[in-house]
Design a protein around this ligand. Structure first.
Ligand code: F3S
Length: 399
């Protein structure tokens, strides 16, 4: 692999042992994928934060790395396993929380921003079109490639962190413009009415394309919140890292003008497929004992909508809206937090229904409006899910 003088010096230890180790691993990774060079990156997003998923080995990795090197650019952290401020009120154990705090402190000590969110693009980590970045949470990867048009591979937490330390990533996959064209066309005749339908579309298509790039022809603009849910679903039932929506996402025209576009297979999606997928995403028809929204982490407009829906109501079951601390603070400033809390709901920050040890709490059925959450909760948390719209879920748990 061709390295610049600076990269070679890092590799040879001129800038310290930590950077040399990072370069060695990244160069080896690049060789596996036939990368001809390294490319500078402008930001990183690091997953592998929850103690539930990385355990003591992950904690040791972060602590060891922290003794040798710091990140050199804007790097944000994925959700952790608990709400750091309200863990006790939510029922999480002290032992788990202590381990979680150690992991977060480890990341902070090397300069990572402890934002603990999978929607860093909603709170300031917003790359520009064509920027090269190194992000690792799958829904964030899908969003940044598709909706923003910055370029990242679907990194693992460690490779994103190493890239953040040396400011470089191997140049292969999604970093190369020619690899960002569409692989399959989905002609969607169905007019979407809600987020559960768009999530079902993503879930269905992800199963078909796996890691390929779908190109959607939709009848209307789904908006940013629904594009977030679409990408999360595509990345969970498949391994999609980028999609295009005709007339909406920034590289759709490039994808359409590519030589191979007219030869692509086209699959028609109709109402039956969507309804059938929605029904398969629920594992029970019981009433949820917890409705958990915000997968990916909620935007301020999604929280505003929930506040409007619960205003003046009394919730008879638990309601959590997962988001970042930053969006929670804005919710408080706008008065939404008060409205939601008066109804009996909570805005939960730093974590989510999948990476938190929610299975240790007293819940059996979780209501979600995210196809990604519906896909993961039964497997990762061993709980039943009800998949529906936010309106219907709140109706189910309101007096
Ligand atoms: Fe984010 Fe957790 Fe969903 S990390 S995308 S809220 S599973």
């Amino acid at each position: 692999m061709e390295l610049t003088k600076y990269e070679e010096d890092m590799y040879n230890g001129e800038y310290g042992e930590g950077k040399a180790e990072c370069m060695e691993i990244l160069v080896s990774l690049g060789k596996i994928y036939d990368a001809e060079k390294m490319i500078p990156i402008t930001s990183a997003q690091v997953s592998g934060v929850s103690y539930k998923t990385i355990g003591d080995a992950g904690l040791d990795f972060v602590v060891d790395l922290g003794k040798k090197a710091d990140v050199t650019l804007e790097t944000m952290l994925n959700p952790a396993g608990v709400d750091i401020e309200n863990w006790e009120e939510l029922g999480f154990s002290e032992e788990f929380t202590k381990k979680q705090i150690d992991i977060i402190k480890g990341y902070e000590s090397i300069g990572v921003m402890s934002t603990c969110t999978c929607t860093p693009y909603l709170i300031g980590n917003t790359p520009m079109l064509n920027d090269h970045v190194s992000w690792s949470e799958s829904s964030a990867v899908c969003y940044v490639n598709s909706v923003i048009g910055a370029r990242t591979n679907r990194e693992g937490g460690p490779s994103a962190l190493l890239a953040a330390i040396v400011g470089r990533t191997p140049y292969y996959g999604n970093h190369i413009l020619e690899n960002r064209v569409a692989d399959m066309i989905f002609d969607v005749s169905y007019d979407f009415n809600n987020e559960a339908e768009i999530g079902a579309l993503g879930y269905y298509v992800g199963q078909i394309v796996n890691d390929k790039k779908p190109y959607f022809k939709l009848t209307s603009n789904p908006g940013r919140n629904n594009l977030k849910l679409l990408g999360a679903a595509l990345a969970s039932s498949g391994a999609v890292s980028q999609y295009h929506v005709e007339g909406i996402t920034p590289e759709a025209e490039f994808a359409r003008n590519h030589d191979s576009f007219d030869e692509l297979e086209t699959i028609d999606i109709d109402e039956n497929i969507i309804k059938d997928t929605i029904s398969k995403l629920s594992t029970t028809d019981k009433i949820p004992d917890l409705v958990c929204l915000g997968c990916p982490h909620a935007s301020i407009t999604e929280i505003q909508k929930v506040a409007q829906l619960v205003k003046g109501k009394k919730l008879v079951k638990d309601l959590w809206i997962c988001t970042s601390k930053a969006i929670k603070a804005i919710s408080q400033q706008c008065g939404y937090l008060d409205i939601i809390e008066q109804a009996g709901g909570k805005i939960v920050s730093d974590t989510c229904m999948v990476v938190a040890p929610i299975e240790e709490l007293d819940y059996e059925v979780i209501g979600v409006n995210s196809a990604k959450a519906a896909n993961y909760v039964p497997n990762m948390c061993k709980l039943d899910v009800v998949y529906d719209t936010v309106e219907n879920l709140i109706d189910m748990i309101s007096e």
